[in-house]
Write a protein that binds this ligand. Structure first.
Ligand SMILES: Cc1cc2nc3c(=O)[nH]c(=O)nc-3n(C[C@H](O)[C@H](O)[C@H](O)COP(=O)(O)OP(=O)(O)OC[C@H]3O[C@@H](n4cnc5c(N)ncnc54)[C@H](O)[C@@H]3O)c2cc1C
Length: 106
């Protein structure tokens, strides 16, 4: 957990310095959002697990964070779409849509 949080902090710190110097690309923001949200979601799930049965109680916050992160996983741009954005950037091929098959009339 500490490893992953520290790596995510370093990633967003680096993107912050790139934004300040005017070199940041939107695809790198996708990379960071994809990584950080997925990591936070995994950490929250692990924290819930560590607390055992207490982890599902309102008195402890892990489950609330976990559920909150489920919505972040969608509203910060879904993991799938960020992955497609990054994939298009590094390969030059956009895979957002399946190729249109020619109809039998063509
Ligand atoms: C709590 C909350 C707050 C929000 N706040 C805002 C806001 O402030 N501003 C705003 O603009 N929007 C906001 N949204 C909307 C959010 O950005 C969209 O819900 C999100 O972009 C997903 O779109 P959708 O719900 O239409 O799902 P869909 O586009 O129907 O996607 C459904 C699933 O299919 C996947 N998918 C979609 N297209 C593809 C594809 N081509 N290839 C592979 N997989 C694909 C998606 O990743 C997703 O898992 C919010 C959503 C929530 C839940």
């Amino acid at each position: 957990m500490l490893n992953e949080i520290t790596k995510a902090q370093l990633l967003v710190w680096r993107l912050g310095t790139m934004k300040d110097s005017g070199t940041l690309k939107h695809t790198q923001v996708s990379l960071a959002k994809m990584n950080c949200v997925a990591m936070a979601r995994d950490c929250a799930r692990m924290a819930r697990d560590i607390e055992g049965a207490n982890g599902i109680l309102d008195e402890y916050c892990a489950m609330r964070h976990m559920l909150n992160l489920e919505s972040v996983y969608t509203y910060e741009g879904t993991h799938d779409i960020h992955k497609l954005v990054v994939g298009a950037d590094i390969t030059g091929f956009e895979a957002f849509r399946a190729p249109i098959k020619p109809s039998s009339k063509d």
